[in-house]
Write a protein that binds this ligand. Structure first.
Ligand SMILES: O=C(O)CCC(=O)C(=O)O
Length: 433
């Protein structure tokens, strides 16, 4: 099972490694040879011991190389990401060489997740990761026991919480969604075939955002494989899988950061935001469907996303491709005012979100961060409450707004500014085309 990826890393992947310099090649070759001898059936305790020591090194080392390189050259060539993916795979091999169940199973699965989430593994690498993950999860008695223990722990915590709530006085429910003074146009799905859709979006100067109500109501994610059911999500993704989350009020804030957490931790924090004392985090713009292929059955790409606009953007991989990302978080997540290069169909699966949108022609009133900076597509204005002293033009900028509900599909033209706030626990899928 693992020999093929070892050969891949030594062969095809090394072509990509060559481009990352002699240091990377030397490091990888030596780790690979240690791991191979650790894996060999006749391996003695010494080479196994070396594999143990090597197990923790490749990914950290690769990350260091990439950080050094990026700081020096601001260089985002694709082979640097691939090197991270391959380092994570190599690290998985090293952990496998240890041959234990238990903790090591989790280490291997975490390495594989790093290859997807940080290294952006795709193609042959991603296929191999899916096979390896399914086989490891299927075979690990330790993981099964861990999942059962975690489930029992959650049930107990829930029971205790319910008991506490029964003793408390009733609380006022969620605030009503904000009043919408400048509404986005709304159509029902039956009013909107692809021909009409294309008519509305073809001319970029005339295209404006609109909602197609009920356009995704038939998705299994809103039906019998409901994403509102956290236990379903937990079992489809795997509570032990590492996912990226954003921590902090918004990505424009000083204390904002990103980290990887087990999916369990994210779901528990969403279900009970106050319990850990930590902010729950926001799984934002992550290709969760590539990481957890079982979820792919739960959504259906709408035909609208396949129309030929004649402007398939560099942001999507090729002409037929749609860039699909998942957004999952608690009430109160904020995506600050920003714009994207592609047409976007934003599907609301669970809960509701508020959108405030400004046309590209309003850009001079929205004080974008300086061109060339990492935040060049982001406004300095707090769209929730523009500060008249700091950003006077923003106060009178024209906008439209809407609240999306489960089943809604919001179309956002390229370069339209949007500010997004979740009004409840929320799961959404964006589709750039
Ligand atoms: O839902 C969000 O928080 C942001 C969505 C967004 O910015 C997008 O889909 O482009």
């Amino acid at each position: 099972m693992f020999g093929d990826i070892g050969a891949f890393l030594a062969g095809e992947a090394s072509g990509c490694l060559q481009r990352c310099g002699a240091d990377a090649v030397a490091q990888f070759c030596s780790v690979l040879s240690d791991v191979e001898s650790g894996l060999a059936t006749e391996a003695g305790p010494e080479s196994r011991e070396r594999a143990v020591r090597r197990a923790a090194s490749p990914f950290e080392h690769a990350l260091e190389l990439v950080c050094r390189r990026t700081a020096a050259e601001n260089d985002a060539e694709p082979w640097w990401a691939l090197m991270l993916a391959d380092a994570a795979l190599l690290q998985a091999l090293a952990h496998i060489a240890l041959g234990h169940d238990g903790d090591y199973t989790l280490k291997v699965l975490n390495d594989l997740d790093r290859a997807i989430v940080i290294g952006g593994a795709s193609g042959a690498r991603l296929r191999w990761i899916h096979q390896a993950t399914a086989r490891i999860e299927g075979a690990s008695e330790w993981l099964r026991r861990k999942a059962a223990d975690d489930k029992a722990r959650r049930a107990l915590a829930q029971q205790q919480q319910q008991q506490q709530q029964q003793q408390q006085r009733p609380v006022i429910g969620l605030p009503a969604p904000p009043a919408v003074a400048h509404p986005v146009r709304r159509y029902s799905a039956s009013q909107m075939d692809v021909v009409r859709f294309l008519e509305l979006i073809r001319d970029l100067d005339a295209a404006t955002p609109f909602v197609i109500e009920g356009a995704i109501s038939f998705w299994p994610a809103l039906g019998d494989r409901a994403w509102s059911d956290m236990e379903y999500l937990r079992s489809a993704v795997g509570g032990h899988r590492l996912v990226p989350v954003e921590l902090g009020a918004a990505y424009t804030d000083a204390g904002w950061t990103q980290t990887l957490v087990p999916f369990d931790q994210l779901l528990d924090a969403i279900a009970d935001p106050g319990s850990s004392g930590e902010p729950p985090g926001y799984l934002a713009q992550h290709d969760l469907l590539a990481q957890a292929p079982k979820l792919r059955r739960d959504i259906v790409l709408p035909d609208y996303a396949l129309v030929d606009t004649g402007r398939r953007s560099a942001a999507t991989a090729d002409a037929d491709d749609v860039t699909v990302n998942v957004w999952l978080g608690p009430r109160g997540t904020v995506s600050p005012l920003h714009h994207d290069p592609a047409d976007n169909l934003f599907a609301q699966v669970v809960g509701h979100k508020y959108f405030k949108l400004y046309a590209p022609s309003e850009t001079p009133s929205l004080y974008p961060h300086p061109p060339g900076s990492l935040l060049a597509n982001t406004s300095q204005v707090d769209a929730a409450a523009p500060d008249a002293a700091r950003h006077p033009r923003a106060v009178d900028a024209r906008f439209v707004e809407t609240v999306v509900w489960p089943g809604d599909l919001l179309y956002i033209p390229p370069r339209w500014w949007h500010y997004v706030r979740s009004l409840s626990t929320s799961a959404s899928v964006s589709m750039w085309f």
